[in-house]
Design a protein. Structure first.
Length: 278
């Protein structure tokens, strides 16, 4: 991920989007592949097949992907990771990403269970995640292209808001197959934009030589949100006696909180000018 910004500047968000679209393609293939293989070869060998496939692809990536700038080994100092947090735009970007990550994986992990409780067949429900990831392919590429034209912080704020509104306005009242499937597709498009835009935001406000460290700090911090979000979601479902309303409210509010925080970072960088490209 830190290699990409060394090759692109003006179309950096689009480049990140195209790169990230590869993982959404895997998100379409792997769930279907796993569901089909487990009955035939068992869970153990299904996981081995997935592991060997990932290993083969990683070998190709490790051999072919190179940075434009030669690596410069530096001694490890923990302050390299902490010092950027003193910069207000960077701190707000980290916080916005942290809030959004509390919401991002809740539909991915609970959508199938919630759909089945509403009467969707298991055969159809197992395709919800491939649908979500298929739409995420376009959500990672198209907002990235738009971000290079109208501003990366602008597009990130819009897409985070769109995602939060989807959870509250479409997923919460959904009570049949059609709105759940529509939600899966739209949520995949909205949430997928985060994957491509977050690194480009960090790159925009960072020296190119520090992008790797700064991205590492962001993803290290937001990983705690990803770690905690699913247990929180499960606790909310249990508290609501098996209903998913509490989980959905929590997810929607956290996504919108992320949008507001990214908007605050945008205001710090460019003020309140609506048409500013940031």
């Amino acid at each position: 991920m830190s290699v990409m910004p060394t090759w692109f500047f003006h179309k950096r968000a689009a480049a990140f989007g195209i790169m990230a679209a590869g993982s959404s393609t895997g998100g379409v293939i792997f769930p279907i592949m796993v569901n089909k293989l487990i009955p035939k070869i068992g869970f153990g060998w299904t996981m081995r097949v997935c592991g060997f496939l990932i290993l083969a692809l990683m070998i190709v990536a490790n051999v072919t992907v190179k940075s434009r700038l030669p690596p410069r080994p530096k001694p490890f100092h923990i302050m390299q990771f902490i010092r950027p947090l003193k910069e207000t735009p960077y701190l707000l970007t980290v916080l916005g990403s942290f809030f959004f990550f509390f919401a991002m994986f809740l539909p991915i992990n609970y959508l199938i269970l919630q759909a089945e409780t509403l009467g969707m067949s298991s055969r159809l429900a197992e395709y919800l995640i491939p649908i979500l990831n298929g739409a995420s392919f376009f959500g990672r590429v198209l907002p990235g292209v738009a971000a290079d034209k109208i501003g990366r912080y602008n597009v990130m704020t819009i897409m985070m808001s769109f995602t939060g509104i989807l959870v509250l306005a479409l997923w919460m009242p959904a009570a049949s197959n059609a709105p759940i499937i529509v939600f899966a597709a739209l949520y995949g498009f909205g949430s997928g934009s985060f994957v491509s835009l977050a690194p480009s935001l960090v790159a925009q406000i960072s020296d190119v030589r520090e992008i790797g460290v700064r991205n590492g700090t962001v993803f290290a911090i937001i990983s705690f949100a990803a770690l905690c979000s699913n247990p929180i979601g499960g606790a909310l479902v249990a508290h609501w006696d098996g209903e998913y309303t509490g989980l959905q409210i929590f997810g929607g509010i956290m996504a919108l909180s992320g949008a507001c925080t990214i908007l605050a970072a945008r205001i710090v960088l460019a003020g309140t000018k609506v048409v500013a490209k940031v």
